[in-house]
Design a binder for this molecule. Structure first.
Ligand code: C5P
Length: 233
């Protein structure tokens, strides 16, 4: 996966997702399948996207007891996804179980292990929301704490917002992969994204992978939009 662009397939139908994947596969690094598409289309959507030759990022944000998360990670690994997400708030034992399951399942299949990515604080959570669930009302500190915990629990990557990149790069070992949504070019509509960076700014700030949705799939020519972003990196 040398192309850092991951296209979020946030589209309502399987047909639309497959058509986009076929059109974009040669121009991007991977496709992100989230809860909506996975819940409506089932695991077969992963197989069909993989059949285009593209890598898959399965973004289901597992958060459960260690044994259950380990089994879900094993199932995702057998589906041959290259990246998947878990919530770091599930704790160190859960994170260690997830990483071990990815490694052991992939090893048994003779494949590289998928990158298990930790989600720290959802960007929809502000100080008030954190306070409401009994946490210190400081999103930056909570991200820092969970990121350190993820690294010490053996995770090899994290999802983070563009504005968290610089601080996490300073804090974390350089081997930790950072995956960042909230990417917008100068001509793109921000939509509901409040804190954005351009693709090249995010890479300069330390991102390894960029999750891009609407600027690509909602463009008049999605393939040209993806190629344009890649060329500007
Ligand atoms: O269309 P857009 O480029 O905003 O899509 C970004 C993708 O990244 C969406 O799938 C969204 O759910 C996801 N995401 C995000 N912000 C986060 C975490 C995930 O935009 N903090």
């Amino acid at each position: 996966m040398s192309n850092p662009i991951i296209v979020a397939l946030d589209v309502p139908s399987v047909d639309k997702a497959l058509a986009l994947a076929e059109q974009l596969a040669p121009a991007v690094g991977a496709f992100k399948i989230g809860s909506e598409l996975f819940t409506s289309a089932g695991p077969d959507i992963v197989r069909r996207i993989r059949a285009t030759g593209a890598a898959v990022f399965l973004d289901l944000k597992f958060h459960d007891i260690p044994n259950t998360v380990a089994k879900a990670v094993a199932a995702a690994t057998r589906l041959d996804v290259q990246m998947l997400t878990i919530h770091t708030g599930g704790g160190p034992e859960m994170m260690r179980a997830a990483e071990a399951s990815a490694q052991e399942t992939a090893c048994a299949l003779g494949r590289p292990a998928p990158l298990v990515l930790g989600v720290t604080v959802l960007t929809s959570m502000d100080a008030n929301e954190l306070g409401a669930v009994g946490l210190a009302p400081n999103p930056g500190k909570q991200v820092e704490r969970l990121a350190a915990l993820a690294a010490s629990s053996g995770l090899r990557g994290l999802v983070c917002s563009p504005l968290e990149l610089a601080a996490l790069r300073q804090q974390l070992p350089s081997s930790i992969q950072l995956v960042t949504p909230g990417i917008r070019g100068p001509g793109d509509a921000a939509g509901d994204q409040k804190r954005t960076l351009s693709a090249s700014e995010a890479i300069a700030a330390g991102a390894n992978w960029l999750v891009i949705g609407r600027p690509i799939y909602a463009a008049e020519n999605p393939r040209a939009a993806a190629e344009g972003i890649r060329a500007a990196l």
